[in-house]
Structures are given as structure tokens and as C-alpha cells.
Write a new protein. Structure first.
Length: 92
């Protein structure tokens, strides 16, 4: 089947300040092993990342906007690192 955009107006383009969500989350089934909190954290980080995918993960806005207890935020971070969804090295 040949696919084509239904409308050219809403075609996405990668803006300089962010990148796309990695399709490996679905293809490699990583998302099936992540909690909703981990998925929310991954989406937030991708949304605010720069063109190289870098972001200060300790930003106060992360804690405030996700409205998760610190334990859940920490567990989500560890799950993302363990599954290879994100890499972490202070301060990034």
C-alpha cells in the first residue's frame, strides 16, 4: 500500500530545540515494561530536549509538571536508564 500525507499543512518538522520520540520504544517493546510514570518522564524529557537530545533532568520544572512523589520520579528515572531509554550523567 502506498502511503501519502492527507494534508501537507500539519506535516511535522523537527524544531531546533527538540527531537522525536524514539520509535524503538514501540518496536523493541520497551514501553510495555515501563510504568505510566516512566512513560510520562520519558515524554517530558523528549519534549524539552535540545537538538542533541540533551536536557538537565534535575530541572525543577520536571518535578513540578509531572506531579509525582519523589519516590515515583526516582523509580521512573531508574527504569528509563535500566531499559536504555535514556542515558544519565550529571548534570544532564
Amino acid at each position: 500500500m502506498h502511503k501519502r500525507p492527507l494534508s501537507l499543512a500539519p506535516l511535522r518538522q523537527v524544531p531546533p530545540q527538540c527531537s522525536w520520540v524514539d520509535q524503538r520504544l514501540v518496536r523493541e517493546r520497551s514501553i510495555a515494561h515501563l510504568s505510566p510514570a516512566a512513560c510520562a518522564r520519558a515524554l517530558f524529557l523528549v519534549t524539552v530536549a535540545d537538538a542533541q537530545g540533551l536536557r538537565d533532568s534535575a530541572a525543577p520544572s520536571l518535578c513540578q509538571r509531572l506531579s509525582l512523589p519523589s519516590t515515583a520520579r526516582h523509580q521512573a528515572r531508574q527504569a528509563l536508564i535500566t531499559r536504555g531509554v535514556v542515558a544519565s550523567q550529571r548534570p544532564l
